[in-house]
Design a protein around this ligand. Sequence first.
Ligand SMILES: NC(=O)c1ccc[n+]([C@@H]2O[C@H](COP(=O)([O-])OP(=O)(O)OC[C@H]3O[C@@H](n4cnc5c(N)ncnc54)[C@H](OP(=O)(O)O)[C@@H]3O)[C@@H](O)[C@H]2O)c1
Length: 317
Amino acid sequence: MATVVLKRTSQKMPLVGFGLWKVTRSTCADTVYNAIKSGYRLFDGAGDYGNEKEAGDGVRRAIQDGLVKREELFITSKLWNTFHAKEHVGALAKFQLGLWGIDYFDLFLVHFPIALKYVDPSHRYPPEWFGDDGKVYLQNTPMSETWAAMEGLVDAGLAKNIGLSNCQGSILLDVLRYAKYEPQVLQVELHPYLTQEALIKLCKHFGIAVTAYSSFGPQSYVELGIDKGTPSLLEHNVIASISATHKKTPAQVLLRWATQQGIAVIPKSNNQDRLVANLDCNSFDLSDSEIKNLSALNINLRLNDPGDIDVQMSVFA
Ligand SMILES: NC(=O)c1ccc[n+]([C@@H]2O[C@H](COP(=O)([O-])OP(=O)(O)OC[C@H]3O[C@@H](n4cnc5c(N)ncnc54)[C@H](OP(=O)(O)O)[C@@H]3O)[C@@H](O)[C@H]2O)c1
């Protein structure tokens, strides 16, 4: 299995993993179990996805049945925005580990560089973006405080690697100024409509591994009604033609475009056949000109932008 070696721990992170956002809760345990059976070793979860317990049930069953050992899996989770204060980071990581039924995360990420007012998990979990009145409440917790608490997770053995998500260069550079443990992974939206070359170059310079999310572009956002009316990447004629040349699916072409550039991917599918095909995306190579033609589709289209929810959260402004 192709991997990316993470700086500091030298741990190998699989280049292709399985994304858990919008994996249906009632079928999540079976989906995770079957994904492990099909060869997936990395699972990308988050408190916000509301299915950590079910994903953990699938993992536990796979371990019990002898399909895999815990140390062969790479489990990622994320700290939600309402838990950025130093007194909440450790408590929430422990709470999330309890849901998964494991005692450490391979990778724990700050989900967004946005601190929101604390919501007690016994009141509402996952808390999502809003207070009880449907309004967004920012909280004045600087990233330096959150990052120091994330480093505490490493020291306590609760997370082997820590990183960031949805951050641009300025936040990365800020964290690098005071980090005892540098972020090892940056997870961002990345597909041929949003290629983010400058950010990738910056990460490469500092040895920060990049994971792309929403590799299929608008597809993930259609079911939420927030795909911004952009033509599908999976049906785009440039991708159709490359996919015909290699006798591969459009989805495999989109994933390979990233992995061939050393960028990890975490496609999500509720469908067993698609999930299997997605994992097999490294079985061919694109030519340099095909990669260039795919990258030329860039229109800086960002589908996952909290600024669309509330202007106060315009972290990509
Ligand atoms: N850090 C963050 O803020 C953040 C944000 C978004 C996502 N993520 C992570 O990244 C993962 C992947 O991103 P994503 O879920 O947004 O999107 P994605 O993996 O790009 O796309 C998922 C969509 O594509 C469909 N699909 C999957 N495989 C397909 C195939 N082979 N052919 C055609 N359609 C296919 C899925 O439908 P079916 O299920 O019906 O197959 C679903 O509608 C998430 O699950 C999550 O773990 C992180």
